[in-house]
Design a binder for this molecule. Sequence first.
Ligand SMILES: C[S@@+](CC[C@H](N)C(=O)[O-])C[C@H]1O[C@@H](n2cnc3c(N)ncnc32)[C@H](O)[C@@H]1O
Length: 311
Amino acid sequence: MTENAGTGPSDGAEKNPAQEFTHIAVLAQEVVNLLVTGRKGTFVDATLGMGGHTARLLAALPADVSVLGIDWDPEMAAIAARNLAQFGPRVKIAQGNFANIDEITAREGISSLSGALFDLGISSLHFDKASRGFSIKHDGPLDMRINPDNPLTAYTIINQWPYEQIEHLIRICGERHSRRITKAILDTRRARALETTAELGALIARVVPAHGEKIHPATKTFLALRVAVNYEFDNITRGIQKIMPLLKPGARLGIITFHSLEDRIVKETFKMMASLGGWQPVTRKPVKPSEAELQENKRARSAKLRVIEKL
Ligand SMILES: C[S@@+](CC[C@H](N)C(=O)[O-])C[C@H]1O[C@@H](n2cnc3c(N)ncnc32)[C@H](O)[C@@H]1O
């Protein structure tokens, strides 16, 4: 069974903390083909991760274009800084939430952008590093914060939120057995707190019939918790709204999503932008990974890239 969310290689094995984590940038060639234009100035990679897309973009962009890379997770920003050191002053790295992209660019003295990429969600490191608490497979604390300074954790939701709020959260994220799962969580926590990802995964597996499905029965609950802990849907909407006035005419905005709920937000927002005027879709249908890419990177299987251009 797999967790069915995210990007990057997965061997299913527990990682040694000293070992370097890796992440394969998804749809990398398609990103280069669709987002590299002749526009000069600063390009923004709003979800820098380990810097895979930024490295590919820098190699393809004219030498006088620099990239501002943003990541909310200071651990990722530090890894990217190491991985991108070879590009010298062509890369600037900022730690922050892309929902505040207007403040981040202002702080960096940047008033307009020549293009932008959002590769949503979390990195392979987040899934594979047990201590970050995102994984069903790698047992860790119920954490799931992208930014470890965030006050809300998955532990708080699971052990303190009322039945109605938990049930609603996991239902809107597509879990059919939301009532059964929430009841089991509340029954358990009356006796003791639920502490770890493995405990929660096992509890859900006990109450939800697997029906031979390939994904773990707790996958949708884990996705729902991650989305709530990091207010992911709100961030997408705010990030797009804030970046719109910063993009120069002719600049393109590309967004990669990994599940239907976030793709729907992007699709509807792009549709609204086009109807307002001043924006033109570049991709009529979302671009998906090729068979060759899927062979190399299983975690790319649900990726969709949508691109829009400012007129
Ligand atoms: C799918 S990974 C990006 C991988 C990257 N494109 C690469 O090639 O390595 C998503 C990254 O976005 C970051 N992230 C998620 N939400 C964010 C937000 N609201 N603001 C800034 N970064 C965010 C995560 O910490 C993660 O590193």
